[in-house]
Design a binder for this molecule. Structure first.
Ligand SMILES: [Zn+2]
Length: 320
């Protein structure tokens, strides 16, 4: 396998940009001490990809009919099940939509592969939940093993990166949207001065976008190493087949072992050594160029299919 070159440090411009960061991604860490009240108004159970999803609506001011909220839950789960070959790799979820408040689709919380809460205030419109990423992000947490606190970046990064890929593969967003968002924010995940690697640097940027960078590079490197035959999806499918979902607590060593076993490579474990145990940086400008993602000053992107890894870029968001 060809190894990427990693370099220490971060440009001043990227560091300054990180200071201006704004986000809605604030879902909290599952802990054994937190168990939400069991929903009492879940009057319908959806079955998606073999998983039973109960939907409770809490709050007195839902801005949409229940059927719209349920359709959002169902579609989000179905997109993930499709990514996993038709099966949602968790037995079931109790989903609570909190409809009080002035906002639109806002904060989400996932706990222990069992409970998801998403706030959907009065500004939630029909086009909003249907096109929103929060439910997919939270559900993806349920499909991946729980990890000790210091490895939270691995869980948040996976949901941050994979939400876009899952939705693109399902046709919910287009490839330009995916790469525009990845290009627009991935630099927040690079190590800054004094960084000690993803396992020991718990800033927002490193947790969400550093983790996303890890998984995106893993996907690219898996495809590069195998001629586009194996990918992050093969690693995650294998982890799911070994019973790895958020009802289980795994060690990252086991995650890396299983990801390697599922792909017949050592890509994920090597990347873990470089980026989690050390502040391995990624030359993003070079990576975007290799993938054929052309960025413009207004934040939009276009594609160059003559780029050396253009086929890999296309495969990442390809449907099916
Ligand atoms: Zn999250």
């Amino acid at each position: 396998m060809e190894r990427r070159k990693f370099t220490l440090g971060l440009t001043a411009a990227a560091a300054a940009a990180a200071c201006a960061l704004k986000t809605r991604q604030t879902d909290e860490r599952p802990t054994a001490a937190i168990r939400p009240d069991k929903p009492t108004n879940a009057d319908r159970v959806l079955v998606v990809g073999g998983a039973r999803l109960s939907v409770a609506i809490e709050g007195t001011e839902p801005s949409l009919p229940r059927v719209v909220y349920e359709a959002w839950v169902q579609k989000s789960a179905q997109m993930i099940a499709d990514y996993y070959g038709g099966t949602l790799p968790v037995p079931g979820l109790e989903i609570t939509l909190v409809t009080n408040g002035r906002g639109a689709v806002g904060y989400g919380h996932h706990r222990q592969g069992r409970w998801i809460t998403v706030h959907c205030g009065r500004r939630t419109k029909q086009s909003s939940p249907d096109g929103d990423w929060v439910m997919v992000h939270e559900m993806l947490h349920a499909t991946f093993p729980n990890l000790p606190d210091r490895h939270r970046w691995m869980q948040e990064g996976l949901s941050t990166c994979l939400e876009k890929v899952v939705r693109a593969r399902a046709g919910d967003i287009d490839a330009q949207n995916v790469w525009r968002r990845l290009c627009g924010s991935m630099h927040y995940g690079r190590p800054r001065m004094g960084d000690r690697g993803l396992d020991r640097t718990h800033t927002w940027g490193r947790t969400y976008w550093g983790g996303a960078l890890f998984w995106m590079v893993a996907d690219v490197e898996l495809r590069r190493a195998t001629g586009n035959d194996k990918s992050l999806r093969d690693a995650l499918l294998y982890i799911a087949q070994q019973g790895g979902n958020a009802r289980e607590v795994w060690d990252t060593g086991v995650v890396c072992e299983q990801a390697d076993a599922g792909t017949g490579t050592t890509v994920v474990s090597q990347l873990y050594e470089a980026m989690a145990r050390a502040p391995g940086d990624v030359d993003l400008d070079a990576l975007w160029a290799e993938l054929g993602v052309v960025r413009y000053g207004d934040g939009s992107v276009d594609f160059d299919d003559r780029a050396p890894l253009a086929a890999i870029r296309r495969a990442i968001t390809a449907s099916g």
